[in-house]
Ligand binder design. Sequence first.
Ligand code: AMP
Length: 592
Amino acid sequence: MAATIGIDLGTTNSCVATVEGGRPTVIPNALGERTTPSVISFTNDGERLVGTPALRRQAIAPDQTFSSVKRHMGTDWRASADGKTFSPQELSAMILRQMKKDAEAYLGQPVDKAVITVPAYFNDTQRQATKDAGRIAGLDVLRIINEPTSAALAYGLDNGTPQKVMVYDLGGGTFDVSIIEIGEGVIEVLATSGDNHLGGDDFDERLVDHLIQVFEQENHVDVRRDASALQRVREAARQAKCELSSAQSTTVNLPFLMQSGNAPLHMNVTVTRSEFERMTHDLIERTSAPVIRALDDAGIAASELGCVLLVGGSTRMPAVVEHVRSLTGREPSNSINPDECVALGAAIQANTLETANQGLAPYNEILLLDVTPLSLAIETVGGVATRVIDRNTTLPTHYSQVFTTASAFQTNVEINVLQGERPMAKDNKSLGKFKLGGIKRALAGVPQIEVTFDIDANGILTVSAKDLKTGNEQSITITDSGRMSDEEIDAAIRDAEQYAAEDAVRAKNAGAVENARRQVATVEAALSRAGKRIDRDEKKRVKASVAQVSRYLRKRPGKMTDDDIQALIAATEDLERVGAHVIEVASEDQDH
Ligand code: AMP
């Protein structure tokens, strides 16, 4: 059977897993890491780095490095890099492509099918954008599933006692809480709530503020003025935060962080766990309201919960565990790594869907009954949002309602599809508008227009309108500024594929390019060190040879043809020969 993967496309980190020999397994990346930072960086050579190498460049190339892209999913935010602009879908596709590549390297076979997870709180546009990102990455997205649902699958709760479960997911950038009902072969999400802008990043920022404040008090220098110093503090703060999850205190030690005149300034600040907990108390407290709301929406008391699952790296903080314990009166389970369980559940779901598709096993798919995170409505007379589908309706769902015209002899109606809980249309998010024309002239209130909302298992919405008198139906596409058209997706796929081809060439050429760069750097350094001990003619010959290699290096490694590489190798060999004497003289110089 073809290998399928489950991907947890996270705000801070992403994780990929597969089912191997019947067991869900996390796939490590090429660096051996079990999660990959969701960071992309564009180098001056046109290389696109993903993961830890990209994260490392954040300090030196903040303008070319992009993180927390998931926060922009489904919006018209764009990143500019490498002379182009990129949508959140395209940047996310680069992360997904990397996960696909890592999975293929690990499994030794091509992988083209995946289940991708999204926060339960994601709206339709964000879900669609995630699916588009998968397509751009060359993946057949079998299904988009909610992260908490995925976690429940990883815990194998679908095979145990029927119960209601709370999934408390505090990741790097988002907080989600869901109440799930697990029954016979059915997992139903009863209610979801959360905060799209709360996560471990906020805890990092609190610690960064504290460190900078202490440093400023001691040295009267503002670290925020120096982007790379600030980045070093950020990384150190993140590490200190993680250390404080197991230790009672930690010291942030950053030698040579900045300079004051000519004097180097070092950061050396000790932070205790209780200090850190005081700084971040309100952040943890912010998770209470969504928890209470989710329980209310599900119509249950915390005492009715069978168990509470902790998901997301930030639930490793002891204060978070304590908060959940006191909020729910339950001992939270965290036997599976909180940053891996979502990907593991997605892998299980991908495997189940693929097994069923291939008819290899009886169709025993666990039904994942997810819910609409927000209500859906259409705009009616007076700018009112008239609700068609309520928040927390189980998916898939299909609902029709008959509307009519507001003025006499109106021959068309505009349907404005809204998402949100507010009573007035303007206060909700408009997912798109469309017109149904050709309505027979009649008095107001006579024509009957049936509006149908269809939400599929992925949570993706289609709206249609039908004039019941004429049978005229308008099939519509909901356009949204954050959504990509098929043409745009195809163009992005082509771009990503071309890039992947360049990447392969670049990998093949990397050795020759690296060797040439090193040779140029060595000879140039030797020339300057040897100085006058080299006569003018020789200097000229060596410089010409350096210039020749540099000319070949001007082309991007990914764009080099075999001929270019052969020419580069020959020019480098020439430089090795021509420059050997200079290197010899320069090293003698050093010896004396
Ligand atoms: P996730 O999105 O689930 O990968 O969670 C990532 C977030 O968890 C980041 O903000 C990490 O800094 C945070 N995190 C990971 N490990 C720990 C830890 N041991 N203690 C506190 N936070 C952690």
